[in-house]
Design a protein around this ligand. Sequence first.
Ligand code: FMN
Length: 204
Amino acid sequence: MQKYKPDYYNDLDKVYSKIWNLLNSGLLNRDAPFHIPVFICGDKNKSDGRIVVLRGVDKKGKIIWFHSDIRSNKVKILKHNPEVSLLFYDKSEKIQLRISGHAKINYQNDVTKKSWKKTAHMSRQCYLGDIAPGFDVSEPTSGLTANVDNLKYTIEESEIGYKNFCVIETFIKSIEWLYLAAKGHRRAYFSLKNNSLEKKWLIP
Ligand SMILES: Cc1cc2nc3c(=O)[nH]c(=O)nc-3n(C[C@H](O)[C@H](O)[C@H](O)COP(=O)(O)O)c2cc1C
């Protein structure tokens, strides 16, 4: 564990800035640990997490988002319970973030149009299968045709994947921060509800 104290060690405002810096670097840098958080949702009987790719960060709007398949199980769950969490951990920074919020499924609207346009040829492959993700099959398969598996499709041909594409936004309600340090851990809580920011320290 590092022995020095970073500038945010005893400063809630700097912790808050650091959170958004880490989220932004997770967005821009595919090798950053914050690039692939765990997205957690569930119903009253069961909750489940899965890795997703961070695709958008809006500090002002307090929104983060990722792309998904509209046919996926998580979408069915979110329709019943849109209260969700995202879990991030950066080992070298020794920082864990637990973000909670309200999810919105965007489908065939301005948000998805904008994101789909920016979705690269290769990434569109995920949306080009005829069978829904999670569907039972009798043999091991990617669910894609050989041409799609081998990326042998044009960008025009990939447009058909838009019908399966959605953008899941999380409107952040709270962020819990944990920083592990040899000099003493630090834990903080930010409530982002009702257009105000409340911040407080917690016992780690
Ligand atoms: C590195 C990595 C990145 C992933 N990115 C996404 C993603 O951005 N969106 C997504 O829906 N699933 C993504 N997945 C797949 C999910 O983890 C999950 O298996 C899939 O979405 C089905 O989940 P569900 O059945 O809960 O809907 C990714 C998996 C890995 C390992």
